[in-house]
Write a protein that binds this ligand. Structure first.
Ligand code: UDP
Length: 325
């Protein structure tokens, strides 16, 4: 059994990782501000409320829980919002994350797993995106994540007892197999929960953020990866660090791209309900296509997504949304 600190563990991806780690016999301890996270989604495990920028609290937390590794899910995640409020994004995703890293180093915790994003690549120069693709993020969100990736590389080079894995998620989606926890943010900005809100009558339509992209139907194409597959990748990444002691970055995607319109059509099929749409302007900070190759994670971690079909991914999300009625 390994004790693992899960920063931001009450959020969407973090809470799924907590559940998965418990099922696999590990002991997660959660640290979360509970600003965006939901304590009620958390399985039974220790929870400390705090900001990742609060050094004093972190020092105390790491003394109370002498963990073997830290996974950091805490951060702001909305691309459009980051364009409008960059200061908040730099404060949280850069400054506070650097404070967390200081506390991790001070506590001599050897392994750090970072929630990064395919947004660090920007518009693709080639597809599918590999880890070698140049970095050219087009949103403050992507730039804040890249800033931490660069810091992590410098830290690992300078501090021999510290190593990290950076996991570059494509579009996290779906819900745990039992439908106990799912994706919801306040306010909701993510496509899939927004479509389900329309299905549930909680909003009157879904706005298409741009219909003139250079894609087959004019809407943005994304690579949707199931949150349970992401959870498995985190444990594999930790095991990699524990055995190899070598820092790495990995893409975590499905390798299949679906447009906004295709996601809506699939949800209409699954739910049997029509989804009203309205064509709107492009959202700043959106690359037209993001589809990844996860060959490196497959080769080095032995990771293979199990929920590959969009229909399966969306069905698990629907399963959870139905329980929220
Ligand atoms: N999107 C949309 N309407 C919405 C929300 C999102 O058309 O109400 C688009 C968004 O502009 C992007 C895609 O859906 O092209 C996926 O967006 P999301 O915010 O879910 O994830 P992101 O790709 O930004 O991480």
């Amino acid at each position: 059994m390994t004790e693992i600190a899960i920063m931001g563990g009450a959020g969407y991806i973090g809470s799924h990782v907590v559940k998965y780690l418990l099922q696999q016999g590990h002991q997660p301890v959660v640290y979360d501000s509970l600003v965006g996270g939901h304590a009620e989604h958390l399985p039974n495990c220790p929870l400390v409320q705090g900001e990742i920028g609060d050094r004093e609290k972190l020092t105390h937390f790491f003394k109370q829980y002498p963990v073997a590794a830290v996974m950091n899910f805490a951060g702001l995640i909305a691309v459009g919002e980051s364009v409008l409020e960059p200061a908040r994004y730099y404060q949280t995703n850069v400054l506070q994350t650097l404070a967390l890293l200081d506390a991790v180093l001070e506590a001599k915790i050897p392994h750090f797993i970072f929630s990064s994003t395919c947004a660090i690549y920007g518009p693709p120069q080639f597809l599918p995106l590999t880890e070698e693709h140049p970095f050219a993020p087009v949103s403050p969100y992507g730039r804040t994540k890249l800033a931490i990736e660069l810091a992590l590389a410098d830290y690992a080079a300078a501090y021999p007892d510290f190593n990290y894995v950076s996991l570059r998620y494509f579009n996290a989606s779906g819900a745990d197999p039992e439908g106990e926890m799912g994706e919801c943010h306040e306010p909701e900005t993510h496509l899939i929960p927004i479509i389900f809100e329309a299905v549930r009558g909680l909003r009157s339509y879904v706005q298409l953020n741009g219909t003139d992209y250079p894609t087959p139907d004019g809407t943005c194409v994304r690579d949707y990866i199931h949150v349970w597959d992401l959870a498995q990748a985190h444990l594999l990444a930790l095991q990699y660090l524990q055995t190899q002691q070598k820092s790495q970055c990995f893409n975590l995607g499905n390798g299949n791209g679906y447009s906004v319109r295709e996601v809506i059509t699939e949800i209409e099929k699954i739910t049997g309900q029509g989804v009203p749409v309205q064509e709107g302007p492009r959202r700043d900070g959106d690359p037209p296509i993001l589809v990844g190759s996860s060959a490196k994670a497959e080769a080095l971690l032995g990771w293979k997504p199990r929920y590959q079909r969009l229909e399966t991914i969306l069905s698990t999300a629907w399963n959870w949304h139905q329980s929220q009625r």
